[in-house]
Every structure is written in structure tokens, then in C-alpha cells.
Design a protein around this ligand. Structure first.
Ligand SMILES: *Cc1c(COP(=O)(O)O)cnc(C)c1O
Length: 365
């Protein structure tokens, strides 16, 4: 017998709930490991948790800078009433330098071209050195040219930044060359007549593990939402993802489940359908341990994850439609975490949280 939520029954929709208290706790943990000031990095919509919610929680917890990858995102934070300094980098579609200046948004610049594109607007600039990623920032060999262009252009250089290539492990020895490069770049700036810049290099991993990288400011993104790439500190997951069971059914042994019938029930059991699929960011490639929690207990995902739904095996338990299934939560009990999902999908937790799709309702606890 199968039971489906009656048409017209109002079930709570799939919901990602951001937990500001967890963000605050993670900020406190990170602040306890540094004597520098901290920037909250809220790119990619606050790592999928809502840039504004994460920014507000972080500022309330003692962070005094915000960072993001586009001026437009920074202006949205300003418009929402956040008054702390905000830095933007990357800016893939260019910089509206007048808007940045008017909104008091700082801009990171790593090339003479990018500097000239500011068109002499009175925007505050952080010069960005490539400290070993070959991704963004000025190559070391071109640094003096960039500094000279900034001097001649009368650019308001207030900051100096680099980014560490080893974000995913704790390795101070490996960070040393980047630290030395950044120091040398700072000396070149001062020699050219600039005031000593606000210098920053570390992201979450180095913030938690390597004080030699902290300089004046550390930039923490993943750590805010409970991800410690260094794997050394217990942080708190800052969101829960829930959805109502929409359908449940009792099936006999030998029943194929889902597309391709890749999994067949071993015995008579109960199945429950959860309306979240790969279009919502649930990974399609999962190890057999993948599970969601219902009534505080883990139940495994069976068969292929579909575009809009997944099926779990609830064993002897018949789950009525409308019951809440928790895909991940902040941790504790049998509720899976984003780290569990990353392991089950063979990825990093960043891709889990940034991948949750737009159909999922967002709310703040
Ligand atoms: C994303 C990013 C950060 C934050 O990195 P986490 O490891 O998520 O803390 C810091 N700096 C730059 C330049 C970044 O792009």
C-alpha cells in the first residue's frame, strides 16, 4: 500500500535553514586563534548560506571586514545596512569604480590593466600579489611595474593581499615562501612611498593553523559555515536542509528502486520519497552509506537520486507523508552533516553547500 500526501495538502517545502548562532560560534573559534582582525568572506552567496545572513552574524560576533568577489554583491551588503569595510576581488565582469568609490567598497587589483580600468576613480585599492596560485594576483616579476603604475596614477593603495595555494591542509613550512613573497612586496610598496598597507594572506585553513600567515587581517569563508579545510578544529555546521516525505510505500523483497533499477530491495521494507534531487544539489554519485535522518534516525538512500527526488529505505518503519526528513544538519545525533555528504559524494563540503539549488526555500533560524 502506498500513501501520498493529498493534493492540496500544504507541506513545508524543502528548506535550507541558516543558523546564525553557529556562524557566531565559528567566528569565536577562529578569533581565538589569531591576534589579527578578521574578514568574513561571503562570496557565492555566503557559501550557499545567504550572504547577508552570514555577514550579519559574523559582524555581530566581532568580525570587522567583509569580503566578496563582486562589487555588486558588496553594494547589496551596504544597501542592507552593513557599514564595516568591504573588499572585493576577482570582479569577473569588471569594476564599476565610481559605484565602488561611492559605496566605499575596496577593490583588489593585480595588474596594470585592472588598475587603469579604474579610470582614476577615488576607490581604495588593495594590490594583489600572486603568492603561488597562478590564478589571480600580480606575478612577482611584474610587481615593481604595478607598484610604479599605482604611484604614478596617484592610486589610493590601502591594502596588500595574497592567497595561499595550500588551503586544504595545515602546513606552515609550505606557507613560508608565500609569506616571504608578501613581505618583500610590502617593502617594495613602502620604498615607493606608500604608507604601510593593511596586509592579508590567510584563509580559513591558515587562520586555524599557522599564525605566521596572519599579518594584519585573516580572511575566513569556509570556516564561518563550519568547514575546516585543515581538518584540525571542530567547527559547527551552519545550516540544516530539510524536506517533507511526500510519499511512502511498503514493498516486497526484490523490488527495483528508481531509474535503472540499480538497487533491488533485499527484503520486505518501507520506502519514503523525499522531494530533493540532483537539480536541488543532492549529488547523484553517492556511496551506499548516504542517508537522511527521519525521526532522529538515519535511513539510507536507495536507488539513483532523480532530478527532483530521492528514495530512502525506512526498514520496518512506515513514515507518514509530511514527516520531516533532514538531509543534513549542524551535527549531533544521527543527523548527517555536510562532511558526511562530502564523503559520500567523494567531494569537499564546499560543493555540497554551494550547490543547493534555487527551488529550496531559504530561511534563518
Ligand atoms: C574564498 C577566498 C577566501 C576564503 O577561503 P576559505 O578557505 O573559504 O576561508 C579567502 N581569500 C580569497 C582570495 C578567496 O578567494
Amino acid at each position: 500500500m502506498a500513501v501520498t500526501a493529498a493534493l492540496g495538502t500544504a507541506l513545508d517545502p524543502p528548506t535550507l535553514r541558516t543558523l546564525p548562532d553557529a556562524v557566531a560560534a565559528n567566528v569565536a573559534t577562529a578569533l581565538a586563534r589569531t591576534r589579527s582582525r578578521m574578514m568574513a568572506v561571503v562570496k557565492a552567496d555566503g557559501y550557499g548560506h545567504g550572504a547577508l545572513a552570514v555577514a550579519r552574524a559574523a559582524v555581530a560576533a566581532g568580525v570587522d571586514w567583509l569580503g566578496t568577489t563582486e562589487v555588486a554583491q558588496a553594494l547589496a551588503l551596504r544597501a542592507a545596512g552593513l557599514t564595516v569595510p568591504i573588499l572585493t576581488w576577482l570582479n569577473p565582469s569588471g569594476v564599476d569604480a565610481q559605484a565602488a568609490a561611492a559605496g566605499q567598497i575596496d577593490v583588489a587589483v593585480g595588474s596594470v590593466d585592472a588598475l587603469e580600468a579604474l579610470g582614476g576613480a577615488p576607490v581604495r585599492v588593495h594590490l594583489h600579489l600572486d603568492t603561488g596560485m597562478a590564478r589571480e594576483g600580480c606575478p612577482v616579476g611584474e610587481w615593481d611595474t604595478l607598484v610604479e603604475a599605482a604611484r604614478r596614477g596617484g592610486v589610493r593603495v590601502v591594502g596588500l593581499m595574497g592567497h595561499l595555494p595550500l588551503a586544504d591542509r595545515a602546513d606552515p613550512a609550505a606557507n613560508a615562501p608565500a609569506v616571504a613573497r608578501l613581505r618583500a612586496a610590502g617593502r617594495a610598496l613602502v620604498r615607493a612611498g606608500f604608507a604601510a598597507p593593511l596586509t592579508h594572506l590567510a584563509a580559513t585553513s591558515a587562520t586555524l593553523t599557522d599564525p605566521s600567515t596572519h599579518f594584519d587581517l585573516v580572511r575566513v569563508g569556509a570556516g564561518l559555515v563550519g568547514i575546516d579545510p585543515s581538518g584540525t578544529v571542530g567547527l559547527r555546521g551552519a545550516a540544516s536542509l530539510t524536506a517533507p516525505v511526500t510519499h511512502s510505500t511498503t514493498v516486497g523483497a526484490g523490488t527495483p528502486v528508481g531509474y535503472g533499477g540499480t538497487q533491488v530491495t533485499a527484503r520486505r521494507t518501507n520506502l519514503a520519497v523525499v522531494p530533493l534531487g540532483y537539480a536541488d544539489g543532492i549529488p547523484r554519485e553517492l556511496s551506499p552509506e548516504a542517508a537522511v535522518a527521519i525521526h532522529g534516525r538515519r535511513h539510507r538512500v536507495v536507488g539513483r537520486v532523480s532530478m527532483d527526488q530521492l528514495v530512502v529505505d525506512t526498514g520496518d518503519r512506515r513514515v507518514s507523508p509530511g514527516t520531516t526528513a533532514t538531509v543534513f544538519g549542524p551535527g549531533g545525533g544521527e543527523t548527517p552533516t555536510i562532511h558526511d555528504w562530502a564523503r559520500w559524494a567523494g567531494t569537499i563540503p564546499h560543493t555540497i553547500v554551494t550547490g543547493i539549488g534555487p527551488r529550496v526555500r531559504r530561511t534563518i533560524a
